[in-house]
Design a binder for this molecule. Structure first.
Ligand code: FAD
Ligand code: 2HG
Ligand code: ZN
Length: 483
C-alpha cells in the first residue's frame, strides 16, 4: 500500500472500541447491523484503488435515520471516531478509515420514498445505488441528472457528499443545483430535516449546501431529494479524433454554438489514454480507422427531435472535418455502438488500475492552459512513468493520471508539489470533483485562501466539536487541533 498515512498521526483523544461498545451496538442494531467479520472488514478498510487502507474493527449498518442518530450520539459521547462510507468508490482516500475509525455504511437504507411524475422530484434514502435510481427513473420516463462510471456501486448519499460531477454535468449542472433537499445527522445525533422538494426557498441560510461536497466531515446524509429531468427520446453519440489540443478547444466552442441546447457531454482522452484502454480492457477497440491520433473526443447530444438531432450532429461532424478541426469521426449507429464508445471513456479508471500503480489528479484549469500541464508533466517525469490525460473537457476538468509499475517516492517527488503549484499559479482547483479526502486535506491552501479555510474549520468545530466525523480528511488536522 501507498504510504500516504505516514504523515498523519492518530488523534489520541479518540477512544478505542471496547466490548461494551460492541454490546451497545448489537442491542441497537441487532447482530446483522454489527459487522466484525474479517473479510467484510478487509473490503471496507480498503479503498477502490487498493491504495488507502485502514484498520477498523467495526462496520455498522443502520436501517433508518433513528439508528444513525443513536449511533452518532453514542460515538460522540464516547469520543469514538467514525468514517461514513457509501459505495467506497471515492478516489481520494476519503471513504476508508485511516486508523481504527468505526465505519458507518447506510447501504441498507435504500428505499425510494416518493417520486412526483410532474415535477420530476425524487425522494430517496441515501443508501440507494445510483444505477438503481437510474433504472427506476427510466421506467418512469426520467433520468438522473448525474451519471458516472462507478454508478453500479456508488450510493446517492456518497454522490451528494462528494458533490460528484460526472459525465453530464455540462448539461444538467452540479448537485448544488439539482439536490433540492436532504436529511442529515450531525455528530451529536441531531437530525436536520432539510428534505424540502421546492425549487425556490429563500428562508435564510441554505444549510443543505454545507453537506453537498463536505465528504462526511459535517454529518451523515440519510435522505436526499433530487430534481430529475425527463428522458428525451433522441440520444446521439459521436467519437472523433483531433490532431492538436487547440482543435479540441475550438471544437468545444463550435459544439456549444451549433449543438447548444442538445449537447449533453463533451469528453476527451489523449492518445496515451486510448492506448491504455486498448491494452488493458478486454473487448475494446478503437472505433476509428487504425491510425494514431493525438486526441479523441466523445460528443453526446440529447434532444426530442430524432430526425433533426441526428442531422444536426451529422452536419456538425461534416463541417468539423471539412474545416480541419477534426481528423476523423464516427457516429454511433445503434445502442451497442453507443455504449462501446462510452465504455472507452468510462473504462479509463479501471484500465489504469490494471496497469499498476496510479497517481490521480483531478483538476479544474482554464481550458487554454489545461494541456500545457500534461506536457510539462511528461518532461518533468521522464520515462519513469506514463502521463495519461482525459476528462470532462466541456467542464474544464482534467483527469491527470500518472501510471507507474509500482508506487515510488521518487516519482511522487517529481509530481508533487509541482502539480499543485502549477494549478494554484493558474488559479485552478486541485479538486474539480473527487474531493480532498485524505489525499489532499493538507493541500487545501493551494485552492482556498487562509481566511476561507479558517471559516471552514470554524464550521467544522461548531457542527462536530469532538472532530469524530471523518477525521484527518478534508481539512488539515493541524488546523482542527488548534484552539
Ligand atoms: P464513498 O466512496 O463511499 O465515499 C466518498 C466520500 O463521501 C467519503 O468521504 C465518505 O465519508 C463520504 N460519504 C459517503 N456516503 C456518505 C453519507 N451517506 N453521508 C455522509 N458522507 C458520506 N466522481 C466524479 O465526481 N465524477 C466521475 O465521473 C467519477 N467517476 C468515477 C468512476 C469510477 C470508475 C470510480 C471508481 C470513481 C469515480 N468517481 C467519480 C469518484 C467518486 O467520488 C464517486 O464514485 C462517488 O460520488 C462516490 O460515491 P460512494 O457512494 O462510492 O462514496
Ligand atoms: C472519470 O471521469 C472519473 O472517469 C475518474 O472521475 C477519473 O480516473 C480518474 O482520474
Ligand atoms: Zn471525472
Amino acid at each position: 500500500f501507498y504510504s500516504v498515512a505516514t504523515t498523519v498521526h492518530r488523534n489520541p483523544l479518540f477512544s478505542i472500541i471496547s466490548p461494551d461498545d460492541i454490546s451497545y451496538f448489537k442491542t441497537l442494531l441487532g447482530e446483522r447491523g454489527v459487522v466484525q467479520d474479517a473479510l467484510a472488514l478487509d473490503a471496507a478498510n480498503t479503498d477502490w484503488m487498493g491504495k488507502y487502507r485502514g484498520s477498523s474493527k467495526l462496520l455498522l449498518q443502520p436501517k433508518n435515520t433513528e439508528e444513525v442518530s443513536q449511533i452518532l450520539k453514542y460515538c460522540n459521547s464516547r469520543c469514538l471516531a467514525v468514517v461514513p462510507q457509501g459505495g467506497n468508490t471515492g478516489l481520494v482516500g476519503g471513504s476508508v478509515p485511516v486508523f481504527d475509525e468505526v465505519i458507518i455504511n447506510v447501504g441498507l437504507m435504500r428505499n425510494i420514498l416518493s417520486f412526483d411524475k410532474v415535477s420530476g422530484v425524487l425522494v430517496c434514502e441515501a443508501g440507494c445505488i445510483l444505477e438503481n435510481l437510474i433504472s427506476f427513473l427510466d421506467d418512469e420516463g426520467f433520468i438522473m441528472p448525474l451519471d458516472l462510471g462507478a454508478k453500479g456501486s456508488c450510493q446517492i448519499g456518497g454522490n451528494v457528499s462528494t458533490n460528484a460531477g460526472g459525465l453530464r454535468l455540462l448539461r444538467y449542472g452540479s448537485l448544488h443545483g439539482s439536490v433540492l433537499g436532504l436529511e442529515a445527522v450531525l455528530a451529536n445525533g441531531t437530525v436536520l430535516d432539510m428534505l424540502g422538494t421546492l425549487r425556490k426557498d429563500n428562508t435564510g441560510y441554505d444549510l443543505k449546501h454545507l453537506f453537498i461536497g463536505s465528504e462526511g466531515s459535517l454529518g451523515i446524509v440519510t435522505k436526499v431529494s433530487i430534481l430529475t429531468p425527463p428522458k428525451l427520446s433522441s440520444v446521439n453519440i459521436a467519437f472523433l479524433a483531433c490532431e492538436d489540443y487547440t482543435s479540441c478547444q475550438k471544437l468545444l466552442l463550435e459544439a456549444k454554438k451549433k449543438l447548444g441546447g442538445i449537447l449533453s457531454a463533451f469528453e476527451f482522452l489523449d492518445s496515451d489514454a486510448m492506448s491504455l484502454v486498448l491494452k488493458h480492457l478486454d473487448g475494446v477497440r478503437n472505433p476509428l480507422p487504425p491510425s494514431i491520433h493525438n486526441f479523441y473526443i466523445l460528443i453526446e447530444t440529447t434532444g426530442s427531435n430524432e430526425t433533426f438531432d441526428k442531422e444536426n450532429l451529422e452536419a456538425f461532424l461534416l463541417h468539423s472535418v471539412e474545416s480541419g478541426l477534426v481528423a476523423n469521426g464516427v457516429l454511433a449507429q445503434d445502442i451497442n455502438q453507443a455504449s462501446s464508445f462510452w465504455h472507452i471513456r468510462e473504462g479509463l479508471p479501471e484500465a489504469l488500475m490494471k496497469a499498476g500503480a496510479v497517481y490521480k489528479y483531478d483538476l479544474s484549469l482554464p481550458l487554454e492552459k489545461m494541456y500545457d500541464l500534461v506536457e510539462e508533466m511528461r518532461v518533468q517525469i521522464g520515462p519513469a512513468a506514463k502521463v495519461v490525460a482525459y476528462g470532462h473537457l466541456g467542464d474544464g476538468n482534467l483527469h491527470l493520471n500518472i501510471s507507474a509499475p509500482a508506487y515510488d517516492d521518487n516519482i511522487l517527488a517529481k509530481i508533487e508539489p509541482f502539480v499543485y503549484e502549477w494549478t494554484s499559479k493558474n488559479r485552478g482547483s486541485i479538486s474539480a470533483e473527487h474531493g480532498l479526502g485524505l489525499m489532499k486535506a493538507a493541500k487545501i491552501h493551494y485552492s482556498k485562501s487562509p481566511e476561507t479555510v479558517q471559516v471552514m474549520a470554524s464550521i467544522k468545530k461548531l457542527l462536530d466539536p469532538n472532530g469524530i466525523l471523518n477525521p484527518y480528511k478534508v481539512l488539515p488536522s493541524s488546523l482542527l487541533s488548534q484552539n
